[in-house]
Design a protein around this ligand. Structure first.
Ligand SMILES: C[S@@+](CC[C@H](N)C(=O)[O-])C[C@H]1O[C@@H](n2cnc3c(N)ncnc32)[C@H](O)[C@@H]1O
Length: 202
């Protein structure tokens, strides 16, 4: 049985995301990806960023199985097996102690999970990253309490209908949660389809 899952959005957003990652990730870095989902991004970024070592993870066992299947299909030396990381679990960062993580990448998670997941991500990132380390987030955001496009407004409503704890986050609230963990907002880049790349440094 082939456990590989497919998320069509990854095919659309991977090139613009890669362009930003190529600029912000240091070469020869160990990169922890939180919420790798299907694993398609992990194999793509590991193949394109050959000097980085990519460590995927996800809270969901089916996603972990998909990441393993994608890894096995591609045979990339610089891609690890996935870690079962749930950022809402206390001390999740202990799973990567001693891994010398220089950057954390998190794509399309904080709006499809409770706010506690964002807080847990920030807390762990603040502890894992060394000074100068990078936290990269990608997804849709509100700015100053307003949606940036009607499509984001309807996406937000559909998320909240599925789970009242989900929803498009305020960039200012995310920035504040990061600042509380000594993560400084460095750069916000407008991306296709009304998404943002948001880059913090420790
Ligand atoms: C919309 S998917 C995005 C997956 C992938 N990053 C992508 O862009 O295709 C959201 C992912 O977040 C993961 N997730 C949700 N809550 C999480 C948590 N508390 N800790 C870690 N991963 C979580 C889900 O299992 C899912 O794989």
């Amino acid at each position: 049985m082939d456990a590989r899952q497919y998320a069509p959005a990854t095919q659309r957003n991977r090139e613009p995301i890669l362009a930003i990652l190529s600029e912000v990730l240091l070469t020869r870095s160990n990169v922890l990806e939180i919420a790798s989902g299907t694993g398609e991004h992990a194999v793509y970024f590991a193949s394109k960023l050959a000097s980085c070592h990519w460590i995927p993870s996800d809270a969901n066992p089916a996603a972990q199985a998909s990441i393993v299947a994608w890894k096995n299909a591609q045979q990339l030396q610089n891609l690890d097996f996935p870690l079962p990381i749930d950022v809402t679990q206390a001390s999740w960062q202990q799973q990567v102690a001693e891994r010398n993580i220089k950057a954390i990448v998190n794509i399309n998670m904080i709006h499809i999970s409770p706010w506690l997941a964002c807080l847990g991500l920030m807390e762990g990132a603040g502890q894992i990253l060394p000074p100068g380390g990078i936290l990269y987030l990608y997804g849709p955001y509100k700015r100053n309490g307003e949606h940036t496009a009607p499509s984001n407004d309807s996406f937000d409503r559909s998320l909240r209908d599925r789970n009242s704890l989900w929803g498009v986050r305020d960039l200012e609230a995310v920035t504040e949660a990061a600042a509380a963990q000594n993560l400084r907002l460095e750069q916000v880049v407008e991306m296709p389809a009304n998404n943002l790349s948001v880059i913090f440094s420790r």
